[in-house]
Structure formats: structure tokens, C-alpha cells
Write a protein that binds this ligand. Structure first.
Ligand SMILES: NC(=O)c1ccc[n+]([C@@H]2O[C@H](COP(=O)([O-])OP(=O)(O)OC[C@H]3O[C@@H](n4cnc5c(N)ncnc54)[C@H](OP(=O)(O)O)[C@@H]3O)[C@@H](O)[C@H]2O)c1
Length: 209
């Protein structure tokens, strides 16, 4: 199992996880930086990857609530938007593209991407343009990738973890991390290739695009 962080030395959560799972390999990755993506791919040296979980994502500038105006029409900050698109969409797709040969060489051949119901055009009305549009773009890219690699036996699924009490949850959230993660683990464990290209909530519900 490989886990990444922008600053591995200070990723305390991962080091404490490593105490229980000594085989855990902790690597540096910044999705905003193509050279960091290339360095990770080179370190992994084409070793087969059964499941890529694209979890990393940002909402915008910290502190999130104080900077909410940068997300709103009328006071949009285009540097924030570009950074959010870079990490949430371009960086995630760049990593997936670079690792696809290693995923195809594995047994499970699975890509799981954490997106958000906030990126749904038909079903969600959050007013935060940079964050929501980055997830809409990510959803479109991932469904295209899903169609492209399905014949090669690669499953690409898009999931929403729910509104979770994390750093990104804007101080709110409806559920704890454990509930979201255990729902996602059950859902991911149930996936077959026929689920490729679908957009599902952590509890298994299908989400509208
Ligand atoms: N929380 C929610 O309510 C909610 C709802 C819908 C969707 N989501 C999605 O769920 C995923 C996880 O979010 P979370 O709630 O766990 O947020 P979080 O607590 O803020 O964690 C974000 C994660 O993304 C990583 N990250 C941020 N910028 C990065 C970059 N440039 N390169 C590489 N990694 C980067 C962080 O790694 P570091 O260790 O380096 O900081 C951290 O592990 C995200 O994709 C988010 O959009 C969350």
C-alpha cells in the first residue's frame, strides 16, 4: 500500500498508520506540480497498481470560510479558480494518465476518484464556482477515461464521500470520517466492470450528473 502527502515528513496521520501497517510506503506528491507527479511515477517504476484512489482535493484558499467570497460570482478570484482546477482536475487526470500502464498491469485494474455531489449540474446548487466546476470537469474527464479503458478491463468509478467532518467540510458536515470510509469501502468492494463510469454516493446511491 502506498500513501502520499505534499509534506511526508509532517504527515503524522500516515506515520501513525504505518505503525499498524509497517508495509505502508509513504511518498511525496503535489498534484499542483507536474515534476512531483513524474517523480512519484518514476519511484514506483511501473510496479503494478491494483487500485488508484484519487482522494486529494482542495476547496480553495485557507481559511475557507473567510475566503468564501473568492468562490462567488461577483467577487471571483481567478487565481484561486486556476489553482483549484489544477489540483482537483488537471493534476488528478495527469496522475491517472501517468499510472495507467501500472494499473493495466495489475490484477484489479481499478481507479476510484473522489469527486463531489457539488459538481453535479442537475442535482446540486452550491454557489462556490471554482470548487464545484473543478469537480464537474473532473467528472467529465473521468467518464471519458472510463469509456477509453473499459475494453482493457480497467474499472473507473467516481464517488462522493458525503458531507464529511474534515478540514474540507467548511467546519460543518453531516457524517464522521468512519461512516463515509466504511460506506465507500463496502461500495468499492461491490464494484464490477459494469459499474465503470458511474457516479455514486458513499451509501451506494446513484448521483445525477
Ligand atoms: N469533506 C467533504 O464534505 C467532502 C465532500 C465531497 C467531496 N469531498 C472530496 O473528498 C476528497 C477528500 O477530501 P477531505 O474532506 O478529506 O479533505 P481534507 O481533509 O482537506 O484533505 C484533503 C487531502 O487532499 C490532499 N491534497 C490537497 N492538495 C493537494 C495537492 N496539491 N497535492 C496532493 N495532495 C493534495 C491533502 O494532502 P496533504 O496531506 O498533503 O495535506 C489531504 O490528504 C476531496 O477530493 C474532496 O473534494 C469531500
Amino acid at each position: 500500500m502506498i500513501a502520499t502527502a505534499r509534506e511526508p515528513q509532517s504527515a503524522e496521520g500516515l506515520w501513525s498508520l504505518k505503525q499498524d501497517f509497517p508495509d505502508l510506503q509513504i511518498e511525496q506528491l503535489d498534484l499542483g506540480d507536474s515534476s512531483s507527479i513524474a517523480a512519484l511515477v518514476s519511484t514506483l517504476a511501473e510496479r503494478p497498481i491494483d487500485m488508484l484512489i484519487n482522494n486529494a482535493g482542495i476547496f480553495g484558499r485557507f481559511p475557507l470560510v473567510e475566503n468564501i467570497s473568492t468562490q462567488r460570482f461577483g467577487t471571483l478570484d481567478y487565481e484561486v479558480w486556476a489553482e483549484v482546477m489544477r489540483v482537483n482536475c488537471f493534476g488528478t487526470v495527469e496522475l491517472t494518465e501517468a499510472l495507467m500502464p501500472a494499473i493495466e498491469a495489475s490484477e484489479r485494474k481499478t481507479v476510484i476518484t473522489l469527486s463531489s455531489a457539488a459538481g453535479s449540474i442537475g442535482g446540486h446548487q452550491a454557489p462556490a464556482i471554482p470548487y464545484t466546476s473543478s469537480k464537474t470537469a473532473l467528472n467529465k474527464a473521468m467518464t471519458t477515461i472510463a469509456r477509453t479503458v473499459k475494453d482493457r478491463g480497467v474499472l473507473v468509478a467516481i464517488v462522493c464521500p458525503g458531507h464529511v467532518r474534515t478540514r474540507l467540510g467548511l467546519g460543518g458536515g453531516e457524517i464522521e470520517v468512519d461512516e463515509s470510509v466504511s460506506g465507500l469501502a463496502t461500495l468499492i468492494g461491490s464494484f464490477t466492470i459494469e459499474d465503470s463510469g458511474t457516479f455514486r454516493r458513499y451509501n451506494g446511491d446513484h448521483l445525477v450528473w
